[in-house]
Design a protein around this ligand. Structure first.
Ligand SMILES: Nc1ncnc2c1ncn2[C@@H]1O[C@H](COP(=O)(O)OP(=O)(O)OP(=O)(O)O)[C@@H](O)[C@H]1O
Ligand SMILES: [Mg+2]
Length: 435
């Protein structure tokens, strides 16, 4: 294929001379007659052109030519993104070799990007160890793969630990945005006052701690995917602002009136009943309509028990390698117990039970005792008579005790995120160090 080249200059004779030369050399040539208005010697307008070209096309090879070649102008042009530099009057030999070189480099870059794309597809197609052999999970994966390449907003619902975050990541990997960023925001983990600036960035001086300009997650996700985790926890006052950004792509950094744009694909996740929150006035209905173009529900583990064995075996293999333990499987009793247990914390709970059992196992196989899966240990006998708050308190206390006082480990065992655990501790008036 003929390489295309655009020659831009303010002198007609230069344009025609270059056109003649480059046509003969097999280029497909277009010319643009520039009309420099400010001055003809500083090169400033030419440099501005480099900026504009870069904005339009970040990878287009740009070669700058100037009659006033100084190191200074060369450095400036290269700094603004020019790929090479020539002096006027030009030497035909050097001109042609510079252009041939740039064409070759651009082709190599394109090839490299195609390879990276292909690798991403290969990588993604193994689904990052996703176990999805059950009927309900096959339906989930089929739907996710089907919507991934579109820019449709996807809302993933499901109990804690069912794989919502994992699936969000896979939807990104299966999309055309795979090579761009995947940016997560955990709305539950951010205090209301911080949410806006985390989300949209701020300018220096916007508030006491704003020592410098900072980009928000929305801006960082430009061209890629923004994952809004625990979206039910977005502070009510921020929901309208978020809706506008999602609808128009427009936002302002905190403390700035300059409107910026970002092209973002949104995947959200929640374990909350958003419909009920809408009825209570805690979640905006229009925001829900914006984020749930496609809704994917991840079934709890107890609705796909046929996958328990595969998940447990995979987790055991991973952890055995990590800890260098020669434990190869589960004995019959352990398998039966894994099958029967109710898994309120779903896959996350299964993974942590397996990890602990590996460490406790004495022989080559995990036994039923190593699993420590006695539901009545977690649930005191008088559970029925307790208030919900007391029952939660008792569950959390015993989980922390079982995990040697570690709150993060207890959160993991209960299938809660750390932030959700700390929120609960606060709500229930529990102090971890007094437990
Ligand atoms: N189908 C699956 N195959 C393999 N691993 C899985 C699967 N589902 C979940 N996991 C693993 O289980 C753990 C919990 O999953 P994940 O964090 O995605 O759940 P979640 O639904 O986002 O939980 P939360 O509601 O607490 O945010 C992760 O380590 C994840 O990799
Ligand atoms: Mg998650």
């Amino acid at each position: 294929m003929q390489p295309r080249i655009l020659i831009a200059d303010d002198q007609a004779d230069i344009l025609s001379a270059l056109k003649l030369l480059l046509k003969r050399e097999g280029f497909d040539v277009a010319t643009a007659d520039l009309n420099y208005t400010r001055d003809t010697t500083s090169g400033e307008e030419g440099l501005e052109l480099v900026d504009q070209l870069r904005k339009l096309h970040p990878e287009l090879p740009v070669v700058v030519m100037t009659a006033w070649a100084t190191v200074e102008v060369a450095v400036q042009a290269m700094r603004r993104g020019a790929n090479d530099f020539l002096e006027k009057p030009w030497n035909n030999q050097r001109l042609l070799s510079v252009l041939a070189n740039q064409v070759k480099l651009a082709e190599a870059r394109q090839r490299g990007r195609r390879l990276a794309d292909e690798n991403a597809i290969l990588r993604a197609s193994d689904g990052a160890n996703l176990v999805a052999s059950s009927r309900p999970m096959q339906d989930v994966v089929r739907l996710a793969r089907q919507v991934a390449p579109s820019d449709a907003s996807v809302l993933i619902t499901g109990e804690p630990g069912t794989g919502k975050s994992l699936l969000a990541r896979l939807i990104h990997d299966w999309s055309h945005r795979a090579e761009k960023s995947f940016i997560s925001v955990n709305a539950g983990g951010l205090p209301e006052s911080v949410f806006e600036s985390e989300m949209f960035g701020h300018v220096k001086g916007a508030f006491t701690d704003a020592k410098a300009d900072r980009s928000g997650r929305f801006e960082l996700a430009d061209g890629g995917t923004l994952f809004l985790d625990e979206i039910g926890n977005v502070p009510p006052a921020q929901q309208a602002r978020l809706l506008r950004a999602l609808e128009t792509g427009e936002f302002e950094r905190v403390g700035s009136s300059r409107t910026q744009r970002a092209n973002v694909r949104v995947v959200s996740a929640t374990n909350a009943d958003l419909a009920a929150m809408i009825r209570d006035g805690r979640f905006r209905e229009d925001l829900l309509f914006r984020i749930n173009t496609v809704e994917i529900r991840l079934p709890p583990l107890r609705e796909r028990r046929e996958e328990i064995f595969e998940l447990a075996t995979a987790a055991l293999g991973r952890k055995a390698t990590q800890y260098g333990r020669a434990v190869t499987g589960f004995d019959a009793g352990a398998l039966a117990a894994l099958q029967q247990y109710n898994w309120p914390g779903n896959v996350r709970e299964l993974n942590s039970v397996v990890e602990r059992s590996l460490l406790l196992a004495g022989g080559a196989e995990v036994g039923v005792a190593d699993l420590r899966l006695s539901p009545d240990r977690a649930a005191p006998p008088s559970l029925e008579e307790m208030s919900l708050g007391d029952a939660e308190r008792a569950l959390i206390r015993s989980a922390i005790k079982r995990n040697g006082g570690s709150v993060p480990a207890a959160a993991e065992a209960l299938g809660l995120s750390r932030s959700a655990m700390y929120r609960r501790l606060e709500k229930l008036g529990l102090k971890p160090d007094e437990l």
